[in-house]
Design a binder for this molecule. Sequence first.
Ligand code: PHE
Length: 461
Amino acid sequence: MANPSNRGQWSGRVGFILAAAGSAIGLGNIWRFPYSAGEGGGGLFVIIYLGFVLVIGVPVMLAELAIGRKTERNPVGAFKALVPSSWWPAVGGLGVLTGFGILAFYSVIAGWTLGYLGMATSGYLSQAVDADASGSIFSTFVANPMFAIALAGAFLLLTITVVRGGISGGIERIAKILMPVLFVLLIVLAVRSISLPNGLDGISYLFTPDWSELSLSVVMGALGQALFSLSLGMGAMITYGSYMPKHENLWKAGTYVALADTTIAILAGLIIFPALFFAGAEPGSGPGLVFVVLPTIFNQMPFGYIVAVAFFALLAIAALTSTISLLEVLVSYFVDERGWTRERASWLIGTGCFLLAVPSALAFGAVPALSGGEDGWIAWDFLTLNNNIWGNYSLSIGAFLICVFAGWKWGVPKLLDALEDGDGRIYPLPARGMFGVLIKVVCPLAVLIVLIFIVVTGSYF
Ligand code: PHE
């Protein structure tokens, strides 16, 4: 097992916050949030999602960071260090498995961002004058199997290149510079989008809940989205917390990351939905939503060509800082627990993920049988399936187990100690008390109730 003191660290709170925000902010905010909100009826989904971020996301984020920093280990090693010879390390194992599952479909969408960067750069995207034209560019693009596979592979290659270089050298430098630039660009796009004709309809769609749409799948989707977007439930924040210096204040760091992530998701909504109502696209049109809607706004603004290129470049980079964190969880497990070198772990796992990504890459029309086509021999859409299994269910089960561990097994007093480790400040009693209740009772119970309802009613998808 690697000596924890040689594992490297972030250079300080700002470096950590930007790197963790880099993990959290990614396709989950800009691709997954708008399309899930669109499928979940808009405002209703958004309100439930925000509630879950606040009540479940923030406490689980703090618990994961505290476990990581205390143990300075990967998710499996962290549980081993806290409760040796128990079954708890299996929770970390589930996290590692989930990381594989997520990376295998995430890299496909990340590959699309590279493809769109290429189409924006060549000027091809300027043909996306309305939702129809843009939709047909999208469907032609994703139906090309060679493109889809090669782009996912290229994206994984980029990820491997950064992760094999180690923690603060690669990851931190990228996140520090580019996340703020992305933020500014999103604000510019949101302003443009809202000022389009019918733009305000998009805002009211995004924020007005229609309670008659309430269903189990909306609640499950919102829970999965809150966890997915914050990178929670699989130990990514345990891993990132393990690189956090001892003297930093985790309360603040964790809350900032959650705030930044949620702000970016809402900003993405403020870009997509006004533009969608302007262009006349369908909110519930699924994973292609963002790729269909966005090009139509670029064509409605001055310097649209440059904005489009910059946007897809930054989106690819935001996705990269997330794929880095996914691969980092897997690599840190194989390095710490299995004694592999970082180099070997990065290449082998990256290649494994690539092989697993192939069915998802073919799921969007490239091979009709894999695309939900009625008459295919497998009438499944692997991308949606993986997104659901790993991105919603597995993360929820993981988050539930992490809460039970942190609140009951490890215990709130130790958890609070680990959170406050180092900075010497003890938080006021009400905050500590509320956190205790959330992590022990409210979070695990809420997740459990949703999961039980899903099982009992059999409404898995
Ligand atoms: N949070 C990332 C995003 O929003 C995805 C992710 C999920 C990363 C789980 C790590 C762990 O894009």
